[in-house]
Design a protein around this ligand. Structure first.
Ligand code: GTP
Ligand code: MG
Length: 204
C-alpha cells in the first residue's frame, strides 16, 4: 500500500509579499491579481506525490500585517515545515523574512524544514524568458517584433529588482534553508518548493 503522511506547513512573511497567492497557485493552480489581505490565517490542504510516497500538506497561510504577528506561534507550533516568503522587488521584505527565520529557529520544532521563497520574480524578468504558458501579450509582441528592438523591454523590469538572487541565496545557505525564486503569477518555482520540502520530511 502507498504511504501517506500528513505534514503541517506554515507560511510566514511580510504583508503583501504573496503568501496567499503562492498557496492558491499550489492548491488550485490559479492567480488573482487583486488578492485581499489575509485576516488571522487561512487553512488549506493539498497532496504532494513523490516517487515512493504521498504527503498531504496541511497548510496554515498566516496574515502578514503586523497586528497579527502575535498569532504566529499558534500556527508554527508543531509545524514540520515552513515557507518564509519575501518579495524580490522589496528589500525590506527580506529583512522581515530573516526575523521570521530567527524566530522559527528559536521557537519552532528544532527539526523544522524551512524554505525561503523570493516571490514576484515575474516582475524582474523579461516576459520572453518566462517559462509560463504564453499570454495574450505574447502574441502582440510577436507582431511588434519587426518594429521594436528587444533590449529596451528587458531593461525596465530588471530595475524593479531590489534583492539580488545571489545575496538571498547566500543568506539561505548560511542559515540552512532551502531557497527558491518564485512567481505565483506565472507558477515558476511553486511546485518545486513543496516537492523539495517533501523530500526532506523524514519517512515515519
Ligand atoms: P497578507 O495576507 O496581507 O500577509 O498578504 P500575502 O502575503 O498573502 O499577499 P497576497 O498573496 O495577498 O498578494 C499581495 C498582492 O501581490 C496581490 O495583489 C497579488 O495579486 C500580488 N502578487 C502575489 N504574488 C505575485 C507574483 O508572483 N507576481 C506578481 N506580479 N504579483 C503577485
Ligand atoms: Mg495572505
Amino acid at each position: 500500500a502507498e504511504r501517506s503522511v500528513q505534514v503541517k506547513l506554515v507560511l510566514l512573511g511580510e504583508a503583501a509579499v504573496g503568501k496567499s497567492s503562492v498557496v492558491l497557485r499550489f492548491v488550485s493552480n490559479e492567480f488573482q491579481a487583486n488578492k485581499e489581505p489575509t485576516i488571522g490565517a487561512a487553512f488549506l490542504t493539498q497532496k504532494c506525490r513523490l516517487e515512493d510516497r504521498v504527503l498531504r500538506y496541511e497548510i496554515w497561510d498566516t496574515a502578514g500585517q503586523e497586528r497579527f504577528h502575535s498569532l504566529a506561534p499558534m500556527y508554527y507550533r508543531n509545524a514540520q515545515a515552513a515557507v518564509v516568503v519575501y518579495d524580490v522587488t522589496k528589500a525590506s521584505s527580506l529583512e522581515k523574512a530573516k526575523t521570521w527565520v530567527k524566530e522559527l529557529q528559536r521557537q519552532a520544532n528544532p527539526n523544522i524544514v524551512i524554505a525561503l521563497a523570493g516571490n514576484k520574480v515575474d516582475l524582474v524578468q523579461p516576459s520572453s524568458s518566462s517559462p509560463a504558458s504564453p499570454s495574450p501579450e505574447g502574441e502582440e509582441e510577436a507582431d511588434d517584433a519587426t518594429a521594436t528592438p528587444g533590449e529596451g523591454a528587458a531593461a525596465e523590469p530588471e530595475s524593479l529588482r531590489q534583492v539580488p538572487r545571489e545575496e538571498a541565496e547566500a543568506y539561505a545557505q548560511e542559515a540552512g534553508l532551502l531557497f527558491f525564486e518564485t512567481s505565483a503569477k506565472t507558477g515558476e518555482g511553486i511546485v518545486e518548493i513543496f516537492t523539495e520540502i517533501a523530500k526532506k520530511i523524514p519517512i515515519e
